[in-house]
Design a protein around this ligand. Sequence first.
Ligand code: NAP
Ligand code: ZN
Ligand code: ZN
Length: 346
Amino acid sequence: MRTVDAYAATSATDPLVKTTIERRDVGPKDVLIEIAYAGICHSDIHTVRGEWGDIAYPQVVGHEIVGVVAEVGADVTRHAVGDRVGVGCMVNSCRECENCLAGEENYCLEGNVQTYAGVDRDGTITQGGYSTHVVVDEDFVLRVPEAIPYEAAAPLLCAGITTYSPLHHWEAGPGKRVAVVGMGGLGHMAVKIAVAMGAEVTVLSQTTSKQEDSLRFGATAHRATKDPQTFEDLKDTFDLIVNTVSAPLDLDAYLRLLRRNGTMVNVGAPAEPLPITVFTLFGARRSFAGSGIGGIRETQEMLDFCAERGIAPEVELIDAAQVNEAYERVLSSDVRYRFVIDAATI
Ligand code: NAP
Ligand code: ZN
Ligand code: ZN
């Protein structure tokens, strides 16, 4: 075991505080990563505040991790000391079920082992990336291409793959009209990736305050959802809507914006069940779907795609001591567009 510095939540209501945690010894298939940067995902906030259910404290969160390999186990073949690597939302899975065998470990039938607040194989609770080091099985460690700016790469490990996967699955591309609802960490990546895939992209944001940014990211339109006219003007328009909003929405109002055969895919994860009127679906053979992160193979594909296409998240780099302030700004949609903790300040 090694003791490392970290920032942890000690209850659902108290601010995160600096502490130390134990990392396991480097096993034969493990990689020790010296963390350089850790992104702040809204899921971190849902989790530490108990919004998705009770968790055990203290809990270190963070599942957008990049750093450098500092040590490898005897049987490691995929990574070497000095490599720039990343870790996303999961650190293991059963590897045997049909979904794991299909390369979609995110949908492991046994449940994948989450990077934080999950139960590891040894029965301990996993601790995430707001920390100086992490030990992870090499199969769940990604290569981070040097072409991606180092301090901006971390958010790709969750926000990037969570939006790339549905855009890829539902074939965003030339001739497709895509709407992205909510332009925060996930949303701004959805816009950049859908544009790079060749789709015509509209941002549906609460107000027009982010309009210039939407256009800069390549969207052709930005509409305010606080304005009821938006829902009149855009009826029966989109082939695909990606909803990244962390709070409950009137789904019917958005479903009506789908044209015939269109799909709305929810990646935003409010805890509450959300009602849908089936007649809204009948009206144009519309579909409502969900999507959870992405598999390891697809995550590598997304990293390579972003490197080739020059796509990177827009980040605000912060010191670890600013994490509680950053949480408040995420909660008030005041983030442009992802906070990233400089792990050297932990
Ligand atoms: P975020 O940075 O806070 O972005 C969410 C955006 O939603 C905000 O920037 C805001 O955009 C909009 N929004 C927030 N509150 C709203 C409200 N009450 N009404 C309407 N719009 C609102 O969060 P994130 O990190 O991108 O995460 C978004 C959600 O995805 C979270 O629930 C997170 O847990 C979930 N998530 C899911 C997966 C998955 O695998 N499915 C993975 C990662 C995260 P505007 O200012 O543009 O309106
Ligand atoms: Zn996340
Ligand atoms: Zn499995």
